[in-house]
Design a protein around this ligand. Structure first.
Ligand code: ATP
Ligand code: MG
Length: 366
C-alpha cells in the first residue's frame, strides 16, 4: 500500500476514505473498467474464520489484538460489535479491508468474501473490493473529509475511482446520493465545503461516500460517537433504512449498548481479541450469558436509552487483560466474579446453550 503513514489514525476508524483519496497513484489504479451499476444489489456476506492478529511493539513485545475470532456477516443484516476499550473492535474492522498498520501481522485465519480469502488475494484485486464492495464509515467525519474539496466532489471521487461513467452522469449520481442521505437541496450541498456543514450533515456525507458504489458490506466504526443523542438516532435510522433499501450488510461498532439495542439484529461481544458471546440483540439484552457481557450491561444500563455520546468501559472490576502474555485459560478469569478453578486451568471453547446464542464460558459446559 503506497505511503500509508497515517495508519494508526486509519486503525482508529477515522479518515479511511480521506487517506485513500490522498493516494493519487492508488486512485489512478482504481480507475478500472467497471460499468456502473455492475451489481446494483449485493447478496454477499463475509466470513471471518479463526482470525488472529498481533501487533509488534517497542522492545519486541507482541500484542495479541485478535485471538481466533470468528464471525459471519450475513447479507443485508445489521450487526453490532460491542466490547470495552482495547478489546479489538477496530482491529477487526480494519481487517475486513486489510487496512492494518505495518506493525500488524495476520497470524492465523481467513476472511472469505465471494469465494475469495481477502487475506490472500493480491493488493490489486483488493483495491477493487475496498471502498466499492466493502466500505468503511469512519468515526470522525471531520477527519474523514478533505477540508479544501467540496463534499460533492469528494463523493464523486469515490465513484471515479471505481466506476467508469461520464462526468455528467457522475454528478447526477452524487446528487441522487445526497438526496438519499437526507439533503433536500442536493445541488447546493454538492458545492459546500465540509466546514460549512454541521456534524450531522458531515456524517451524512461520509455515509453517501461509503454507499456510492453500493457496497455489499459497510463497516461503521463508532459512526455516531461524536453526535448528540437525537442526531445519533437520526443517523442510525438513516443507516438502517439504507441497509434495507440496498440490501447492504452493516457492521456497527459501538461502545454504547443503547445505540446497539435500538438498531442491530445481532450482537457480537469482544473481550481480549476474542468473540466471547454472540446472539440476537433481544437475547443478549434479556439473557446475557457471559459474565463479561453481564458486567458490561450492568455497568451501562444506567445510560439506556442513548443519552451519552460515548462511554468508556474501563470500570469493570480488575485490570484489563495483558494482551502481551497469552496464558492458558479464559482471558476474563482474573476479573470474573464467577471464576471456577477450571477457568485458569484449561482453554475455554465455544458452546451454544441456546439455539441463537454462542458463548465461551465454562459455566455452560466445555
Ligand atoms: P476502543 O474501544 O478504544 O476503540 P478497540 O476495541 O477498538 O478499542 P483496538 O483499537 O482494536 O481496540 O485495539 C486492540 C488492542 O491492540 C489494544 O490493546 C490496542 O492497544 C492494541 N493496538 C491497536 N492498534 C495498535 C497499533 N497500531 N500498535 C500496537 N498496538 C495496537
Ligand atoms: Mg476502536
Amino acid at each position: 500500500m503506497p505511503g500509508f503513514s497515517e495508519y494508526p489514525r486509519v486503525l482508529r476508524g477515522t479518515s479511511v476514505i480521506f487517506v485513500w483519496l490522498q493516494q493519487p497513484a492508488f486512485v489512478v489504479n482504481l480507475c478500472t473498467a467497471m460499468k456502473f451499476p455492475a451489481e446494483p444489489y449485493n447478496e454477499s456476506g463475509i466470513f471471518v474464520d479463526q482470525l488472529s492478529v498481533t501487533y509488534e511493539v517497542n522492545g519486541g513485545q507482541t500484542i495479541r489484538a485478535l485471538d481466533r475470532a470468528s464471525i459471519e456477516i450475513r447479507p443485508a443484516e445489521f450487526i453490532g460489535i460491542f466490547g470495552e476499550s482495547g478489546s479489538g473492535k477496530s482491529t477487526l474492522a480494519a481487517t475486513f479491508v486489510r487496512l492494518l498498520p505495518q506493525n500488524a501481522r495476520y497470524e492465523h485465519g481467513s476472511i472469505q468474501f465471494r469465494g475469495r480469502n481477502l487475506l490472500a488475494i493480491p493488493e490489486s484485486e483488493l483495491r477493487r473490493i475496498r471502498g466499492a464492495k466493502i466500505a468503511l464509515i469512519p468515526q470522525d467525519p471531520a477527519l474523514a473529509l478533505n477540508p479544501v474539496i467540496t463534499v460533492g466532489d469528494q463523493i464523486a471521487e469515490v465513484l471515479r475511482a471505481h466506476v467508469r461513467m461520464p462526468a455528467k452522469e457522475r454528478r447526477a449520481r452524487v446528487e441522487e446520493l445526497l438526496v438519499e442521505v437526507g439533503f433536500d437541496q442536493s445541488q447546493r450541498i454538492y458545492s459546500a465545503y465540509p466546514h460549512q456543514l454541521s456534524g450531522g450533515q458531515r456524517q451524512r456525507i461520509v455515509i453517501a461516500q461509503a454507499m456510492a458504489c453500493r457496497p455489499a458490506v459497510v463497516i461503521a466504526d463508532e459512526p455516531t460517537s461524536k453526535l448528540d443523542a437525537s442526531l445519533q438516532a437520526e443517523i442510525l435510522a438513516l443507516m438502517r433504512e439504507i441497509s434495507r433499501r440496498h440490501r447492504a450488510a452493516f457492521v456497527l461498532i459501538s461502545h454504547n449498548p443503547a445505540v446497539l439495542a435500538g438498531s442491530v439484529d445481532r450482537i457480537v461481544v469482544m473481550y481480549a481479541g476474542r468473540i466471547v458471546e454472540e446472539g440476537r440483540t433481544e437475547d443478549i439484552f434479556r439473557r446475557p450469558l457471559h459474565p463479561y457481557t453481564q458486567a458490561l450491561l450492568r455497568l451501562t444500563s444506567r445510560y439506556l436509552p442513548a443519552t451519552r455520546p460515548r462511554i468508556r468501559f474501563q470500570a469493570i472490576d480488575g485490570e484489563p487483560p495483558d494482551l502481551t502474555a497469552r496464558g492458558v485459560g479464559c482471558p476474563f478469569a482474573a476479573r470474573c466474579p464467577e471464576r471456577m478453578q477450571v477457568c485458569t486451568e484449561r482453554d475455554v471453547y465455544e458452546t451454544t446453550p441456546h439455539p441463537f446464542q454462542r458463548v465461551s464460558c465454562f459455566k455452560y459446559g466445555n
